[in-house]
Design a protein around this ligand. Sequence first.
Ligand code: ADP
Ligand code: MG
Length: 238
Amino acid sequence: MMTKTADAPDKVQIITSGNPDLDARMGGGLPVGSMVLIEGTSGAGKSVLSQQIIWGALQDGHTVTLFTSENTVKSLIPQMASIDLDVLDFLLLGKLRVYPVELARLGSDAPGLLVQAMRTQGGRGMIVIDSFTSALAKEATDLQLRSFFEESKRLCAAGTTILITLHSGAVPSDLMNPIRSMCDAHLTLRSEQDGQKLVKTLEVSKIRGAASGTGSIVGFDVEPGWGIRVVPISKARG
Ligand SMILES: Nc1ncnc2c1ncn2[C@@H]1O[C@H](COP(=O)(O)OP(=O)(O)O)[C@@H](O)[C@H]1O
Ligand SMILES: [Mg+2]
C-alpha cells in the first residue's frame, strides 16, 4: 500500500509491506526508487520479509518482478498463501512476474547476467532478488560485485525499487561495507537467543528518506496462516 509522507515537500512515495506493525518499525515504509538490502542468516526471514513487501507493493498497484533461487512459480504461490499473502490473481494478470533462476549454475557470470535480466524489467515498479547469495560464486570478483550494485542503482534512479536479499557472511566484510553504504535501505535479520527462547529480530539499520528515524530493533514470529507478527523481546537481552 502506498502512503505519502505528510511533511515531505516533494511527496516521497512509499512502498509499505501492508503489515502496519512492521511498517511503523521501518520508518513508514520504503521510499520508491530505493535500493534495499535485506541481510540475514539462514532461516532468519529474508524470503518471508521479501514476500510480505512484494504483497504490499502489489496491493498498491505496483508491478513486481521476482528473480528467485528459492522457489519455483508452483512453490511460491502456496508458500505465500501459507502466510496469508494471496498473489495468484496478480500473477495471472502479469502484475507479478516470477523468474526462477539457478544463479549458482552460472558461476562468476551470474551477477552480470542477472543485471542484464533486471534491465529487461526496467519499467517495473519493483524488482526483487531472493537470494543474491546464490549469485556469489567463489570466483566472483570485487569488481563484478561492485558493478552489479552500481548497475542496480541506475535502475533505481529510473524509478524502480530494488530489493536484494543476501546471506550474512556470504561476502567478505571488506566488500560488504561498501555494498551496505551503496544501498538506500538496509535491514538486518537475525535469529538470536532471548532468555530461554530463540527469537527472530529485524534491525532497521538504515532507511534513507524515511518519514521517521531508523536504528530500531524489533522481534517477530512467522505464524502459520498469519505471517509476520511483531512480538515483544525482553529488555534483558544485550
Ligand atoms: N507458513 C509458515 N508457517 C510458519 N513458519 C513459516 C512459514 N513460512 C515460513 N516460515 C518460517 O519463517 C522463517 C523464515 O524463513 P525464510 O524467510 O525462508 O528464511 P530465509 O529466507 O532467511 O532463509 C523460517 O523459520 C520458516 O520456517
Ligand atoms: Mg530465503
